[in-house]
Design a protein. Structure first.
Length: 320
């Protein structure tokens, strides 16, 4: 991929986020000329070490009239679209907010980008698009999202696919599983939350039986999948899953983390049903990514958790 990205002009939306910052760093390592498009108030803490290396463009309103001149200035050959509304913002109407950011703003970006001579536009979707569909999720299954976030991301993915079919716009949509790794903020994310509980010696309670399954994907593997999608012309027009391709129970993940930290806490379970917006089994079939992109995850769950624990051991006090 170094030959593909060397000296390539690349634009990344949401490039200061958890996954986006890893992507930006890897693009720079590969020799790309990187520009990052961010909302006006987005913090750039994750990009502090890249000052002078990355150009940052603040976007107040994501409309083609504003985005067009910015993109004409950057003249990207490849775009990665990671900007998304993932969690509801206080004061914003839930569904309306998700659809504005994840669907309407994406359309405006694409309308502005279609004037460019793009080689690839990589859209980041999500495993949440599948919702209540049977697992392991395949790209050709009928998606049944059960959250407003999943609904909005599915709407964007389907619109982009139709835009490719009608106009030949070189888009590929990547549906990543639950991504984790060093630097991920705790909040409602499973793995960092359990690590934080262990480091603070606070028992961890899983409200349900803990037998629901997840498919954790290490952030470095996710980034490699996004990069390989951009560098694979035959991926244009496709929807492609990225994941570990394995199902692990929440209880197993919690016990593994606790074990690696010396069994510092008690991990208990309850009898509640899954929360709204969650499915009992969330894991991906990654055969398409393996065959079309030549991509496979390189970091096992145990290795990825160990790397994440090491980071939190050094930084966890920042979140207390």
């Amino acid at each position: 991929m170094e030959d593909f990205f060397a000296h390539k002009r690349v634009a990344v939306t949401g490039g200061a986020g958890f996954i986006g910052s890893y992507l930006v760093q890897e693009l720079i390592r590969l020799g790309a000329d990187v520009a990052v498009l961010l909302d006006g108030a987005s913090p750039t803490t994750r990009l502090e070490g890249l000052v002078g290396t990355v150009r940052i463009h603040r976007i107040g309103v994501w409309r083609r009239a504003i985005l067009g001149p910015v993109l004409q200035d950057i003249r990207p050959q490849v775009m990665f679209h990671l900007r998304a509304a993932i969690n509801q913002v206080p004061g914003q109407a839930g569904k309306e907010y998700f659809f504005q950011v994840n669907v309407e703003d994406t359309k405006e970006l694409v309308y502005a980008a279609r004037e460019l001579a793009l080689e690839a536009f990589v859209n980041t979707g999500t495993i949440a698009e599948y919702g209540a569909a049977p697992a392991p999720f395949r790209e050709d299954v009928e998606a049944e999202p059960i959250s407003e976030y999943g609904e909005s991301k599915l709407a964007a993915t389907l619109w982009l696919k139709s835009f490719y079919e009608e106009h030949g716009f070189p888009v590929v949509s990547m549906r990543s599983s639950v991504v984790y790794g060093p630097g991920q903020p705790p909040h409602s994310y499973l793995i960092p939350n359990i690590i934080m509980s262990c480091l603070q010696k606070k028992d961890f309670h899983i409200a349900s039986s803990g037998l629901q399954t997840r498919d954790p994907l290490f952030v470095g593997d996710d980034v490699q999948g996004l990069l390989m999608a951009a560098a694979t012309p035959k991926a244009c027009g496709e929807i492609i899953n990225l994941g570990l391709g394995e199902q692990h129970t929440v209880l197993k993940i919690a016990r593994l983390i606790n074990q690696k930290l010396g069994d510092l806490i008690k991990v208990t379970t309850g009898s509640d049903v899954d929360r709204p917006g969650e499915n009992e089994h969330y894991w991906q079939d990654i055969g398409k990514a393996q065959q079309l992109l030549g991509w496979s995850p390189q970091v096992s769950l145990e290795e990825g958790i160990q790397k994440t624990i090491a980071w939190y051991q050094e930084h966890y006090k920042d979140f207390i």
